[in-house]
Design a protein around this ligand. Structure first.
Ligand SMILES: [Zn+2]
Length: 124
């Protein structure tokens, strides 16, 4: 268990360093409803093990160190439900829907990619 902890921590260090090395002007992260996710027994254990809070802290710290703007988006922002192309917001989107299909303009793409584009445009 201790070994696994070190592997994960090491991985977080590497990924966060790689991110800031690409010299972005800013990094936008979404606030996750971790407590809410912990209530889902299928997710609870893996979420706890991933130590997302510590990952966020590492990125935030490195952004500060290299003068990169760090933006944390409120968890109520509909990054997943919103179509990055036309702005339509889906009333519902279940966790099992991995592909985003816009009911308004028909845009179809990977759910996480659509959410990432929305986050990258946040406040811009
Ligand atoms: Zn659309």
């Amino acid at each position: 268990m201790r070994r696994l902890f070190h592997i994960r921590n090491d991985c977080q260090e590497k990924v966060s360093t790689e991110l800031v090395r690409t010299k972005p002007s800013r990094i936008v992260m979404e606030q996750l409803n971790i407590q809410g996710m912990m209530k889902n027994r299928h997710l609870a254990r893996s979420i706890q093990q991933q130590r997302l809070y510590s990952f966020k802290k590492k990125i935030e710290h490195k952004c500060g160190k290299y003068g990169i703007q760090f933006v944390e988006v409120n968890r109520w922002h509909p990054s997943s439900k919103r179509c990055h192309s036309c702005g339509y917001v889906k009333p519902r989107l279940s966790l099992s829907e991995r592909t985003f299909v816009c009911d308004s303009c028909g845009t179809t793409m990977d759910r996480d990619l659509n959410a990432s584009i929305n986050l990258s445009q946040y406040g811009a």
